[in-house]
Design a protein around this ligand. Structure first.
Ligand code: ATP
Ligand code: MG
Length: 558
């Protein structure tokens, strides 16, 4: 993988060659062109990283350009979120560009096309249009309106612009070739009537340019040199080139396609993500289980981990499905370096240290990162009553269970060696408390006599801790490829993708967490505060990722 990265991917190679040939006067200008009709997902991150990194690598510029030519579905909240998310990912765009800023110029280009006899106003209804278009195996038929005189087309197009027609009544079509094997070239629509208010141009327009017309011309107007897009646009490239070759445009950018990112156990399509939100399978666009960048950010993903992931998977022309485990391992690698360590108990079991003085509290010294002294220490209180994890006790433990059991001794991290003396149960027979003793000679966790105590468990001081809710997330789908087949993909949702624990006890220091800081709860995983869900008296923490890949262990291959 690294070898491949050193050589660079095929797009890098194309750009290098262009630079050697002094194509585009040695300039590199790319763009990331989201349509503001939803929130960005991890797939978009691939395109963002690619476009911004190519510009950076070759001393060029990458524009953020909103492809906002379909007012029906576009909203300002999406624009704001996309800007914020691109910045959060670590990329700097100066001022965003908008395709809607070119509406006047695009209109002029359309008129130019009509004057050249290369576009006509078509009065076929949408159904007729479909009929005339033909199929993959059958040629299309010419529209009866195809040979309208230029002046008539100019007049009709003007009337379209002035609101004289209803939606669907007329369209402006490029006059290319109804017999082309490429359906995109069968006189594609380039302007349609749409009586919708645009988030930026308001009610100025009632005709809007189609994506294929807008995109290539916006690229050209901005002086884009390399227009990088995903593979589904490959069949649109002849149209991209036809428009730019036919019109007098400032430049002719080169469209280059690459494979989209797919990840297993999730879906990466705005439409499907929207469905999950609308049908309340998740709490919203920023649900921490979603692969949206807003959701991932809320969950505790770092921009570094996402950028690194995009870097590792590389760029190619071949479609593939990436293992979610790889994304999570990039996240672990990053968090392992930077996350401060703390202690928290998710399913608390009370422990009373019977030989510890009543009312006494000691300050124990805990390291914020055992491998990084420079991250410093903190004091944590220890007293007669603490909480440990229910899972760290077994009434009848097997020999290899190096945790608490009747008569067994364990190390409380950063504190003392303690021995379990008595188990207290409620009427239902459930264990509700352990009575232990501590060895006062073992402060800090070491026995002066050198006796071996294998197990070390985490704990929290009972009379000075933070009550919190913790949300554990798992894969959103149980099926590796939830979209497979024609069955409803929501049937593959994982019913256990969210587990809420309401009685968690966390180390006091977590009462004041800086926004966005992810912590390692020792032995449990990485967690961060969910600022949106937290209440004043009940903070909520998200599990960002587990310490190890539980799914790898479960798969039969491993
Ligand atoms: P979706 O299919 O999820 O709705 P889209 O392609 O319609 O996504 P756009 O806003 O048009 O969303 O995408 C902006 C840019 O991001 C496009 O250039 C598109 O090719 C790219 N992109 C979208 N999804 C992916 C993906 N999964 N992998 C790589 N690039 C992507
Ligand atoms: Mg799109």
């Amino acid at each position: 993988m690294e070898e491949e990265n050193k050589k660079g991917h095929f797009i890098e190679a194309i750009i290098k060659e262009d630079l050697q040939n002094n194509k585009n006067n040695g300039q590199v200008l790319t763009r990331f062109p989201p349509e503001p009709n939803g929130y960005l997902h991890i797939g978009h991150a691939k395109s963002i990283c690619l476009n911004f990194n190519m510009a950076k690598q070759f001393n060029g510029i990458c524009n953020l350009r909103f492809d906002d030519s379909n007012p029906a579905k576009e909203k300002q909240i999406y624009i704001d979120s996309i800007k914020d998310t691109v910045n959060w990912l670590g990329f700097d765009f100066k001022t965003p560009f908008y395709a809607s800023d070119y509406f006047d110029r695009l209109h002029e280009f359309a008129v130019q096309l009509i004057r050249k006899g290369k576009a006509y106003v078509c009065s076929l209804s949408p159904e007729q249009m479909r009929e005339y278009r033909g199929t993959l195996t059958e040629k299309g038929k010419n529209s009866p309106y195809r040979d309208r005189p230029i002046q008539e087309n100019l007049d009709l197009f003007d009337q379209m612009k002035n609101g004289k027609f209803q939606e669907g009544e007329v369209t402006l079509r490029a006059k290319i070739d109804m017999a082309s094997p490429n359906i995109n070239l069968r006189d594609p629509i380039i302007y349609r009537v749409k009586k919708a208010t645009h988030p930026r141009t308001g009610d100025k327009w009632c005709i809007y340019p189609m994506y294929d017309f807008t995109h290539c011309l916006s690229d050209s107007l901005e002086g884009i040199t390399h227009s990088l897009c995903s593979l589904e646009f490959e069949d649109h490239r002849p149209l991209y080139d036809w428009i730019l070759d036919t019109l007098e445009t400032p430049c002719h950018p080169q469209q280059i396609e690459f494979a989209r990112m797919n990840i297993n156990y999730t879906v990466l399509s705005k439409r499907k993500l929207q469905l999950l939100v609308e049908q309340h399978h998740v709490s919203g666009w920023d649900d921490p289980r979603l692969p949206t960048l807003e959701g991932m950010r809320r969950r505790g993903y770092t921009p570094e981990a996402i950028r690194n992931f995009c870097n590792i998977i590389g760029v190619s022309k071949k479609d593939s499905r990436i293992d979610m485990g790889l994304l999570e391992s990039c996240l672990r690698d990053d968090l392992n370096e930077r996350a401060p360590r703390v202690m928290g108990v998710l399913k608390p079991l009370k422990v009373t240290i019977e030989n510890y003085p009543d009312g006494k509290t000691e300050e124990m010294v805990a390291m914020n990162h055992p491998q990084k002294e420079e991250m410093g220490n903190r004091a944590i209180g220890f007293s007669k009553q603490i909480y440990v994890e229910q899972d760290d006790f077994m009434e009848d433990p097997p020999k290899k269970f190096f945790r608490l059991g009747p008569g067994r001794e364990v190390r409380l991290r950063y504190a003392y060696l303690v021995t379990c003396k008595q188990v207290i149960k409620n009427e239902q027979g459930e264990v509700i408390e352990l009575i232990c003793t501590h060895d006062p000679q073992t402060r800090g966790g070491n026995a002066p006599d050198g006796r071996k105590v294998k197990g070390t468990i985490h704990w929290v001081n009972a009379n000075d801790c933070l009550d919190a809710e913790v949300r554990l997330y798992d894969r959103l789908f149980t099926d590796e490829n939830p979209e497979q087949g024609n069955q409803d993909f929501t049937e593959n949702l994982n019913p256990d993708s969210l587990e809420i624990l309401r009685n968690c006890k966390l180390e006091k220091s977590l009462g004041a967490t800086a926004p966005g800081t992810v912590y390692q709860f020792e032995r449990l995983g990485y967690f961060c505060q969910d600022l949106k869900a937290s209440q004043k008296d009940m903070p909520v923490f998200n599990r960002t990722v587990t310490l190890r890949d539980a799914w790898a262990k479960m798969s039969p291959k491993a």
